[in-house]
Ligand binder design. Structure first.
Ligand code: HEM
Length: 398
């Protein structure tokens, strides 16, 4: 006999909606249901699309960019006047050109140099609230660390402009929905002006110079607007995503003292804790692709022009590649997941994200070893194609 909940989830097989409140509230349960019972779900929202939920289908389609193109954008139901960011919303060979010039700033070796400043920022942020005995972790820590690193070390902007920029990015990512378009417009205008000023300044041999130099598009220099959109991808790709993942890590540690004990007993498990964090608290839930060649997935025949979604969050919980997937297990020998994507669009910032999450965990438990969720609270989330934790109230003895 099916429970009312199972019946509600079954409705999603043919009427999946990434913005469905049921999906937002019962996120893990819905993902597990889809992986087990519905390899390919149908959505009738907007022009409609199918969502691939199993690891093997997500992996195969993510790798096969000729059949599953990104050029129509990652958004499943883009708003009017949607902006195409780069390299995300492009295919090879143009995509490859952008990755070729951007990748060197994001290799494991390049981001390792950021560990010391990241640790200093993290310790400073924790020190601001440690003596208080409580914090709202998202605003007090997780929403700040990624921006401090990005805007002072990778894409350095004038320090005096940081507070306004942070405020607008925060309003866009976490503020009232009706104010987000205006906040995005201000960030867009800011970055555009910043690039224009840097174009007139002496070169600094940094990421900004590389973006300003641009790449070739169909044999000619790419247009100015593409340089702005490449900057946007780096900025928006790396902030709310990492904020959510580090909030997820601290939530897991607050909810389960056993994880903390395991990490204390064997700090070499930290890398596995970071992988488990992104696997289970995946900020990029699903991304869109357009079918370019006839193809069959999960028994369904697709034709050119069909839209599909790669459900990265679901695929990371597929028992075919991850035993007991709901468990945050720092003792796994190997963590297989799709949280950073697969194929040519695999996250350019994955090494940076890992570094930031690891430093965030290490500095928090070093300075506040014994913390828990504030009584009567649970984190609140906002969910769609991206998932963000809106708040996380913690307390500890002082
Ligand atoms: C936990 C943190 C993060 C997660 C889970 C994450 C996840 C992802 C995923 C799933 C994709 C692939 C999208 C697709 O398949 O279409 C992606 C792409 C991308 N990410 Fe991340 N990301 C994170 C952090 C970052 C950071 C720190 C940066 C840079 C500062 C960044 C910049 C980008 C960019 C530029 C792309 C586009 C790559 C391309 O299209 O070739 N991300 N990310």
């Amino acid at each position: 006999m099916s429970t009312p909940e199972a019946a509600d989830f079954t409705r999603l097989h043919t009427h999946f909606d990434i913005d469905d409140p049921v999906f937002a509230e019962r996120f893990e349960a819905v993902l597990d249901h889809l992986v087990a019972r519905c390899p390919v779900a149908r959505s009738e929202v907007g022009p409609g699309y199918h969502a691939f939920n199993r690891y093997r289908d997500v992996r195969r389609s993510g790798q096969d960019w000729r059949t599953f193109s990104s050029a129509d954008g990652w958004m499943l139901n883009p708003p009017e006047g949607n902006i195409f960011i780069l390299p995300e919303d492009s295919d090879p060979p143009y995509h490859t050109e952008w990755r070729r010039v951007l990748n060197p700033f994001f290799t494991a070796a390049a981001v390792a140099a950021l560990e010391a400043p990241a640790r200093a920022y993290a310790a400073e942020l924790v020190a601001r609230f440690a003596a208080r005995g409580h914090c709202e972790y998202v605003a007090d820590f997780a929403a700040q660390l990624p921006g401090l690193i990005l805007f002072q070390h990778i894409l350095p902007v004038p320090v005096a402009t940081l507070p306004t920029l942070f405020k607008d990015i925060d309003a866009y990512s976490f503020g009232p929905v009706e104010e987000r378009t205006a906040a995005f417009g201000r960030v867009y205008a800011y970055l555009q002006e910043f690039l224009a000023e840097r174009a007139l300044a002496p070169p600094q041999n940094d990421l900004v110079d590389v973006i300003l130099a641009g790449v070739e598009r169909e044999g000619a220099p790419c247009p100015w607007v593409d340089k702005v959109h490449a900057t946007l991808d780096v900025v928006f790709g790396g902030l709310a995503t990492t904020t959510h993942a580090m909030s997820g890590a601290i939530f897991a540690l607050a909810s389960d003292p056993g994880i903390r004990a395991s990490l204390r007993a064997d700090p070499t498990r930290m890398d596995t804790a970071v992988e488990e964090t992104v696997r289970l608290y995946a900020p990029v839930v699903a991304v869109g692709r357009t079918v370019r060649e006839p193809v069959t997935v999960g028994g369904i025949a697709f034709v050119p022009g069909d839209r599909v979604a790669l459900n990265y969050a679901a695929a990371s919980r597929d028992p075919e590649v991850c035993a007991n997937p709901a468990r945050f297990d720092v003792h796994r020998h190997e963590v297989v997941h799709t949280a950073f994507g697969v194929g040519p669009h695999r996250c350019i910032g994955e090494h940076l994200a890992r570094l930031e999450i690891r430093v965030a965990i290490e500095e928090f438990i070093r300075l506040i070893p014994n913390f828990s969720l504030a009584a009567g609270t649970q984190p609140r989330y906002e969910s769609g194609q991206l998932r963000t934790m809106k708040d996380l109230h913690l307390r500890w003895p002082v």
